[in-house]
Structure formats: structure tokens, C-alpha cells
Design a protein. Structure first.
Length: 336
């Protein structure tokens, strides 16, 4: 029988990383998320699908780090997706000077829980030279706590997800496990957007679905979730919309339903003639969520959760490698 490993998840969002780690084999003792719709999404899916996640908290990671993290001493994995604005090219890239930087809180939680492993994800900008010193500080802190660190930029498309979505992953392991860790090597070819979404596009009887599938012949640009300050749900700034336009998708807004029979386009946007909108469910599939995963709230908060999520297949792939390292070390220990 395989060993059972426990985990806690920080900044869990709509559950992309949590679901992937669950599918890899981790048992979640706690998920914490400050955004109410995302928190409701976690609660709903945990209950409906009997995932067995022990506790879900709607709250602040910094408060948890100060007052409750010690309750989870001895958990096997601390994981999370700390906020990306401090390192994102879409923002000012203030790093540690950004009040939204939660790496210090995450490291405090690691210090108080003393897990075997750590897994934190962020945007590709964190690997830029301007953050070399910041990453070094993180490495030094984790080293002082007894961990060996591994950094790598991963493209979601290498895990079978139909969008590029580059993300930096930090894995840290105690020395007895670190020697057995390696990043996933297998590359899973993703479907094109047309292949991934054809059945959904055709589900309301749209006659143009087959032709659209042929036109949508590449993977998607990275989905953008935006913030609460952002207006309505759309597929991103001008450059992103142009990339969607090349896939024969109108990225100006997110749709409510798949195109119906007789659909020919939106008359007020001549440049998007004949181009359908993506629904929240379609966006979720582009993000790697299974169709049974549901998102709480109306279209705008639901799409925001999807767009900001970490693709479950990426979390699952890396989570399995962490589990492999933990199991191998324990196996060797028992054999000694």
C-alpha cells in the first residue's frame, strides 16, 4: 500500500493546484483562500465530489502564518500559488516592495510546519535577472531551514494543456528527499483549441463548429483572469485578443452559452464576423480543469477564477515527482 502524504495549500484560488496535487496522491488537510467566490468553489466541489479535504478556510495567509500555522506541524507538503502581481510584466514588478508579496508569509509557514517538501508557483517574471537577488534570499532562507531548492520554468502545454501558460515552480525538499527529486521529463502533446473545444462549440447545434475546429488549429494564448479592478470578463489585453482572433475566437467578452444554430457572428464587430465567444466552461477546459469541476458565482467572478488558476495537470505532474522522491527515500530507509 502506498504511503499517505498530507498537504496544506496557500492561496488556493479555484483549486487548480489543489486538484492536481489531490490527483497526484496528496491528502489535503487545509486549503486557505481569501477570495469569497473561489473559497465557495473549493467548498462546493469538496462536498459534491467527496474529495476528503479536511478543512477550507476563507482568510488571510499572513494571519494564518502568524496565528495558526503551528497547528499543522509535521504536514508533508506546503504548496501554494502566492500572488503574481509583484513579479508580473503586466504590473510594476515591485517584488518585495509590493504589499501583495506573500513569499515571506509562505516561508514563515514552512518554518512553523516543517514539511518534507514545498511547492510554490508564480509567473515567469520571477526568473528575470532583476529578481536574482530576491530568489537568492528565498534560497538562503530555505537553506537555513534545511531545504534544497529547485527552480524551473514550466509551460503548461508540455503537460497536455492547450495553452502555453509559462509558470515558475519552486520545489524545496529536505536533503534526504532532494537526492531523489527530478522534474517531469515526459512531454504530453496538447490538443489544439479546436480539438479541445469542438464538442462544446457544437453542443447547441451550431453548423459552423466543424469549420471552426479546423481554423482553431493552434494552442491558446495564456488565459488572463485579471483583478477585481478589471472591468468585465474578456480574454485579455489587445495583444491577447489578436492571438484569439487568429484562432477564430472573439476575445472581447466571455459568452454565456455556446453558439446556437444559425449563428453567424456579432454584427457590431465586423472584424469578428463568424467568430464565437468562449464560455466559462470552455475557458476552464483550456486551463486543464475537468468538466465536472464547477465554479461558484456569476460569469465575471467565475471566469476570473478560471483565468487566474494553475492548470491541474501541471500540478499533478510535479506533485507525482515529489511523491516519487518521498517514497524512494522512505523505501531506502526501510531497506537500510
Amino acid at each position: 500500500m502506498a504511503n499517505e502524504y498530507t498537504s496544506i495549500e496557500l492561496c488556493a484560488g479555484a483549486g487548480g493546484q489543489a486538484l492536481g496535487l489531490h490527483q497526484a496522491g496528496f491528502k489535503h488537510k487545509l486549503l486557505i483562500e481569501i477570495d469569497k467566490p473561489a473559497y465557495k468553489t473549493l467548498e462546493f466541489n469538496n462536498a459534491k465530489h467527496s474529495l476528503g479535504w479536511e478543512k477550507i478556510i476563507e482568510g488571510c495567509v499572513e494571519d494564518f502564518a502568524e496565528n495558526r500555522a503551528h497547528e499543522f506541524l509535521g504536514v508533508d507538503l506546503v504548496a501554494g500559488g502566492v500572488p503574481c502581481p509583484p513579479f508580473s510584466k503586466a504590473g510594476k514588478q515591485l517584488g518585495k516592495d509590493d504589499e501583495r508579496d506573500l513569499f515571506p508569509a509562505a516561508l514563515k509557514i514552512v518554518e512553523k510546519t516543517q514539511p518534507r517538501a514545498v511547492m510554490l508557483e508564480n509567473v515567469a517574471g520571477l526568473l528575470e535577472p532583476k529578481f536574482d537577488e530576491y530568489r537568492s534570499e528565498i534560497d538562503q532562507k530555505l537553506s537555513a531551514l534545511g531545504y534544497k531548492t529547485f527552480w524551473k520554468l514550466h509551460n503548461a502545454s508540455d503537460y497536455g494543456v492547450p495553452q502555453l501558460r509559462p509558470r515558475v515552480i519552486l520545489v524545496a525538499l529536505l536533503p534526504e528527499y532532494a537526492d531523489f527529486f527530478s522534474w517531469p521529463k515526459k512531454v504530453i502533446t496538447p490538443p489544439t483549441v479546436g480539438e479541445a473545444l469542438h464538442d462544446l462549440m457544437a453542443s447547441n447545434g451550431w453548423e459552423g463548429a466543424d469549420e471552426w475546429k479546423v481554423r482553431a488549429n493552434k494552442i491558446a494564448p495564456t488565459l488572463v483572469g485579471g483583478s477585481k479592478k478589471h472591468g468585465g470578463p474578456d480574454l485579455g489585453p489587445t495583444r491577447a485578443r489578436r492571438a484569439w482572433q487568429e484562432l477564430h475566437v472573439n476575445g472581447c467578452i466571455v459568452g454565456n452559452e455556446p453558439p446556437e444554430k444559425g449563428f453567424t457572428g456579432y454584427k457590431d464587430k465586423e472584424e469578428y464576423k463568424g467568430m464565437p465567444l468562449l464560455t466559462v466552461r470552455m475557458a476552464a477546459r483550456i486551463q486543464g480543469f475537468p468538466d465536472w469541476w464547477e465554479f461558484y458565482g456569476k460569469k465575471t467572478p467565475a471566469y476570473r477564477q478560471v483565468g487566474n488558476a494553475f492548470p491541474p495537470p501541471v500540478a499533478e505532474g510535479i506533485g507525482k515527482q515529489i511523491l516519487k522522491a518521498l517514497n524512494q527515500a522512505l523505501k531506502n530507509e526501510k531497506a537500510a
